[in-house]
Design a protein around this ligand. Structure first.
Ligand code: ZN
Length: 72
């Protein structure tokens, strides 16, 4: 599976850390070699960058949050 998309108009891709666009905002404190970039379909710009570990954490948080809304 490569990348993926959201209806909000982003797609994701993996790049080596050397190709990070916003190093100072990169969400990774582990020195990971690979970084996931979210690119806006509207601007074509990299809007968000985080490493695989953080992406997995974020995915869990989102899944938990979406599961929790069922109890409202
Ligand atoms: Zn990392």
């Amino acid at each position: 599976m490569t990348g993926g998309g959201f209806q909000s108009g982003f797609h994701a891709r993996n790049v080596p850390r050397a190709q990070v666009k916003w190093e100072q905002f990169l969400i990774c404190s582990h020195g990971c070699e690979e970084v996931i970039q979210l690119i806006s379909h509207v601007s074509g710009e990299v809007e968000f960058e985080l490493c695989k570990l953080e992406a997995e954490r974020m995915g869990r948080v989102l899944l938990e949050a979406s599961a929790n809304t069922e109890s409202f």
